[in-house]
Design a protein. Structure first.
Length: 222
């Protein structure tokens, strides 16, 4: 298995570092006195029955390199099916911070308010009134703070087999339905980090980024 081309040119000076990353995967726990365990990305993919992987690495506030490995569909030998840095993956719950970022942009524009009853914005369906909503309304702040395609890779079960239909279809698109690439997620992470550090206001203001990244208590207020 060989990697696809990088999203951008990789300098000769970067290549040893890239190789160290791709050949130096390690377990969560290492035992003192025992030889260190290291795996290649191909070994880990084979162990976990993962047909394809795409990686983007952030260094110094920018994307240093991006690579694709394997195929979009398990068992495929078609060169056109190779995973590249541009291959879309279904990212599940990683959709949540992306949705939260879009929501906060609307809050900054004054289109939405974080602490307003969401029923003010809902049109075709409303949150049903119940014993809980009589005390505290459902708001965007509470929702955002809750616990926890030709060029797209197919979804696979743990044994590396393609699921029927090729992809999961989520009715809840905002928290789970995003398709994207590691490089685009990395660009979003960089933009949020820049906003939080006060280096840029292109995506969010520093104050909004701080609200987004500040953990909130799971205990409901009295």
């Amino acid at each position: 298995m060989t990697p696809s081309s990088a999203a951008g040119p990789t300098s000769a000076a970067q290549e040893p570092h890239v190789a160290n990353v791709l050949r130096g995967l390690r377990p969560f726990v290492e035992i003192t006195g025992r030889p260190p365990v290291r795996w290649t990305i191909e070994e880990r993919m084979a162990h976990h029955h993962v047909p394809g992987v795409s990686i983007a690495v952030i260094e110094g506030g920018r994307i240093a390199w991006a690579r694709g490995f394997g195929v979009k569909t398990a068992g495929s030998a078609d060169p056109k099916d190779a995973v590249t840095p541009d291959t879309l993956f279904q990212v599940g719950s990683v959709s949540k911070p992306v949705t939260a970022t879009a929501m906060l942009r609307l809050v900054e524009r004054g289109t939405l308010e974080l602490d307003t009853d969401v029923n003010r914005y809902l049109k075709t369906w409303k949150v049903p009134e119940n014993e809980h909503t009589t005390k505290e309304k459902v708001t965007l702040r509470r929702l955002a703070s809750a616990a926890r395609a030709g060029e797209a890779a197919h979804a696979h079960v743990g044994e590396g087999k393609t699921i029927p239909g090729g992809w999961n279809v989520y009715p809840e698109m905002a928290p789970a339905g995003l398709w994207t690439t590691p490089s685009d997620l990395a660009r979003l992470a960089i933009a949020i980090a820049d906003a939080h550090a006060g280096r840029s206001k292109v995506l969010l203001s520093q104050a909004t980024a701080e609200q987004m990244l500040t953990p909130r208590s799971r205990r409901p207020s009295s």
